[in-house]
Design a protein around this ligand. Structure first.
Ligand code: IPD
Ligand code: CA
Ligand code: CA
Length: 274
């Protein structure tokens, strides 16, 4: 295993131990609301601190972008992108579908990825150019050829509803054109499931970089494709993401593009405030 990946796995397992301990008594966890329907707990913060402490000890000059602590070291050559607990709402309800996501961006390119499910002890890892693995076993995206036979993951809008109508249009069509849709509630794991071939595809609007960075590299290293709703590269910044095996990916774009409003298109420029 690449030494940087070894350190990322060590950090993810430390966070997993914190999360598993806290999951024994979720009722006792202190929760705050960040914005409408967006929660953070002491568990998210402690897990993030454990990850950053572990990685900083090994790499004191690297940058760290954590969901809870913000962006430190924007100009660094190596930047760790961290979601310490993806699926907080599930976690707080005792619904056992959540994960730790850690990615390394080196000179603007994703280079290492870990998605760790502490419930099942599923460890998904990838290093650019060396393939993707689940617990040391090589994984590949599915080879299902038709969208109509596919099971596709997604995430519903839940705190910002400005794209809800566009999303519902996409959803209606996908319901008819797939063999099933799932909304498990942790985007990093959803993407890992595409890499493992358990989902044939996935799409969601407006995710954050820390939700998708690690999962995207897993998929690319497993032979899949990641893009925005027009198949371009803006997904890492916009969080508008489609992923799948190469055949299903192309068919998903055909279903999604008719529903794109201007702000969901690749060439959309965020208006600058006067
Ligand atoms: C959330 C989960 C969820 C997705 C949300 C994310 P969080 O992450 O990944 O599946 O639909 O958009 O924000 O807040 O639990 O880390
Ligand atoms: Ca997340
Ligand atoms: Ca989170």
């Amino acid at each position: 295993m690449h030494p940087m990946l070894t350190n990322a796995v060590k950090a993810a397992r430390r966070a997993g131990a914190i999360i598993n301990r806290a999951s024994q008594d979720v009722g006792a966890i202190k929760v705050q609301t960040k914005t409408y329907n967006d929660f953070v707990s002491e568990v998210d913060r402690n897990a993030e601190q454990a990850i950053i402490d572990t990685l900083k000890e090994a790499y004191p000059t690297h940058g760290f972008w954590g969901e809870e602590s913000g962006k430190d070291g924007k100009e660094a050559e190596h930047i760790w992108i961290i979601d310490p607990l993806d699926g907080t709402t599930n976690f707080l309800h005792g619904f056992p579908q959540y994960a730790i996501s850690i990615a390394l961006m080196s000179n603007g390119q994703l280079s290492q990825a870990v998605v760790y499910d502490p419930n099942r002890n599923d460890l998904f890892t990838a290093t650019r150019g060396r393939g993707a693995f689940l617990n040391d076993k090589r994984i590949r995206v599915s080879n299902r050829a038709k969208l109509q036979d596919s099971v596709v993951g997604t995430g519903f809008p839940y705190r910002d509803f400005s794209n809800l109508d566009a999303y519902m249009g996409m959803f209606k069509d996908m319901v008819k054109k797939t063999s099933g849709i799932r909304r498990p509630g942790a985007a990093a794991l959803d993407l890992a499931y595409v890499a493992a071939g358990w989902f044939d595809g996935f799409w969601e609007i407006d995710l954050s970089t820390w939700d998708i960075a690690a999962g995207a590299l897993l998929i690319q290293e497993a032979g899949g494709i990641v893009g925005d709703f027009e198949g371009d590269e803006t997904w890492i910044d916009t969080g508008n993401i489609v992923a799948g095996n190469p055949k299903v990916f192309a068919q998903m774009l055909q279903v999604l593009t008719p529903h794109l409003t201007d702000n969901l298109k690749s060439n959309y420029q965020t208006p600058v405030a006067e």
